[in-house]
Each structure stands twice: as structure tokens, then as C-alpha cells.
Write a protein that binds this ligand. Structure first.
Ligand code: COA
Length: 257
């Protein structure tokens, strides 16, 4: 066990070290792992601590057995707070953009909104065959975030990105693999162990070689991602303040369940 890693500052984000793999677990299953600003903060701090710790050589991001994350907590969207660059969610995005150590994701259940866009920053992604993903921004009266307006067409080409980002429909893990967003689709019960196996394989390699290689692979994206995230934020905030978007979001929160 490490003596260097801190305790998570949010009860819904767990930090764990398994060998040289730092596990960041989203743990708010009663709300389908919806992410609050406190949770983003703990995720951003976890990434920064993992980056700084000599004990860590790879990071594994996972959720609950039935949900990776349903995305941003919708309550947060209707509270008319600022959505500027100082927010913890943005700090989390930037921490991923600048990460040097490899980031592996294990996706079970569902990945909605930032649950899917954050995957575009990961290096290896494993998803359950019964999982679904969704980029529902336009359906909520919103636009892409987390750099996805740049990364999605870069990963899958314009038309496939447009299908997912403009229509905003749910899509299965198999389609995520087909468009290059997921490395492997596995039986649900095997996703976590397989992702851990791959994270450990990365962690067993010479660290400087892996980190330098990742840096070289992503080097051209860094500046454009910073710029894209800033531009997305301006538009996201504008749309979020529209009556149309607020009505859709309030309808979700006030629905009869
Ligand atoms: N923000 C806030 N609360 C959320 C949430 C979110 N993103 N996702 C789920 N929840 C809450 C629900 O309000 C519900 O709370 P309650 O038990 O107090 O009523 C609880 O989590 C369980 O969700 P529920 O909708 O009952 O489960 P479900 O299996 O029927 O549907 C989802 C799950 C994820 C498909 C559905 O909750 C959903 O569409 N969530 C919103 C996703 C979204 O739009 N995210 C923003 C992306 S930008």
C-alpha cells in the first residue's frame, strides 16, 4: 500500500491502489453515478495525485456494476451557477487532457454525457456487452463538452460523430467499438478484471517509455483541446441559460418515477 496517496475528498469517489494501478471509482449508484462538482473535484485531485506519485504507473477509472455514470448531475444544471473555467468539472477535463500516465476505463451499465465524452480522453476502454452510451446534449438543448466536438470527429469521422452528437440517441457498446471509441466489448462480469489486467500490463512496462509514448501520441491535441473546451464552455453556458434547455432539464427532475 502507498503511504503517499491521499483519501478522496468526496464520499462518492473512492481511491484505491492495487499494485501500481491507481483505481478511481465513481460510487453513487443510487443516483446512477451522476457527477456533482464535489465528485469532479475528487476525480481531478485523484488524477493529479496519481500523476505525482512514484507509486502509480497507470490509472483505472470505473463505476458501479450497473452504471459507469449518468453524466453531470442535472440538479447542477438548473441552479444557474456560473459554468466558467474555474469549475471542478472543467478542472477534471483539463487534468485528463494533460495526463501523462495511461488512463484505462471499465464501463458497465451506462455512460451518458460526460460519461461518454470522458472516454475520448482515455487510452484503453473496455465496455460490457449490455452497456449503452449516449451523448444526449442536443436533446437537452445543449452542445458537446469536454473537448468532444474535436475528439469525436477525430476518433470516428464527421458523419459518425454527427450521428451520435446531433441525434443524441443511445447506442450499444458494440457500436462504440465499431466507431473506435471502445477497445473491447466483454461480458459484463469480465469487464473490470480485464481492464485491471490491461492496466497492470501497462504498469509493468518501463514507465518513462509508456509516458513518453502517450505524450507523443497526444502531443498535437493538447493546445487544440484547451481551445475547444473553452469555446464549448461559452456555448454550453449560453444554451444552458436558455428557457428551452431549462424546461427540458426541469422536466427530467420533476418527472414522476
Ligand atoms: N442527474 C441527477 N440525477 C440523476 C441523474 C443525473 N444525471 N441520473 C439519474 N439520476 C437520479 C434519478 O433522478 C433518480 O433519482 P430518484 O431515485 O431520487 O428519483 C435516480 O438517479 C435513479 O435514476 P432513474 O432515472 O430512476 O433510473 P432509470 O434506470 O430509470 O434511468 C437513466 C437511468 C440514467 C437512463 C436516467 O436517470 C437518465 O436519463 N438520467 C439523466 C441522464 C442525463 O441526461 N445526464 C446529463 C447528461 S449531459
Amino acid at each position: 500500500m502507498s503511504h503517499a496517496l491521499p483519501v478522496s475528498g468526496d464520499p462518492h469517489i473512492q481511491y484505491r491502489l492495487d499494485g501500481a494501478v491507481f483505481i478511481l471509482q465513481i460510487d453513487r449508484p443510487e443516483k446512477k453515478n451522476a457527477l456533482t462538482q464535489g465528485m469532479y473535484q475528487a476525480l481531478a485531485v485523484g488524477i493529479r495525485e496519481a500523476e505525482a506519485s512514484p507509486d502509480v504507473k497507470a490509472v483505472l477509472l470505473c463505476g458501479a456494476p450497473d452504471c459507469f455514470t449518468s453524466g453531470n448531475d442535472v440538479n447542477d444544471f438548473v441552479q444557474h451557477e456560473t459554468h466558467g473555467s474555474e469549475r471542478a468539472s472543467v478542472q477534471f477535463m483539463k487534468a485528463m487532457v494533460h495526463m501523462r500516465k495511461p488512463l484505462v476505463a471499465a464501463v458497465n451499465g451506462l455512460a451518458i454525457g460526460i460519461g461518454t465524452t470522458l472516454l475520448m480522453h482515455c487510452d484503453l476502454i473496455y465496455a460490457a456487452e449490455d452497456a449503452f452510451l449516449q451523448l444526449p446534449f442536443t436533446r437537452l438543448g445543449l452542445c458537446p463538452e469536454a473537448g468532444s466536438s474535436y475528439l469525436a470527429p477525430n476518433i470516428m469521422g464527421h458523419q459518425r460523430a454527427a450521428e451520435l452528437l446531433l441525434l443524441g440517441e443511445r447506442f450499444p457498446a458494440a457500436k462504440a467499438k465499431e466507431v473506435g471509441l471502445v477497445n473491447e466489448v466483454l461480458p459484463a462480469g469480465e469487464v473490470m478484471s480485464y481492464a485491471m489486467e490491461k492496466a497492470k500490463a501497462l504498469a509493468a512496462l518501463p514507465g518513462e517509455a509508456v509516458q513518453t509514448s502517450k505524450h507523443l501520441l497526444k502531443r498535437q491535441q493538447t493546445a487544440v483541446l484547451e481551445e475547444t473546451i473553452a469555446l464549448e464552455l461559452v456555448n454550453f453556458s449560453r444554451l444552458l441559460n436558455s428557457e428551452e434547455s431549462q424546461a427540458i432539464l426541469r422536466a427530467f427532475l420533476n418527472r414522476d418515477s
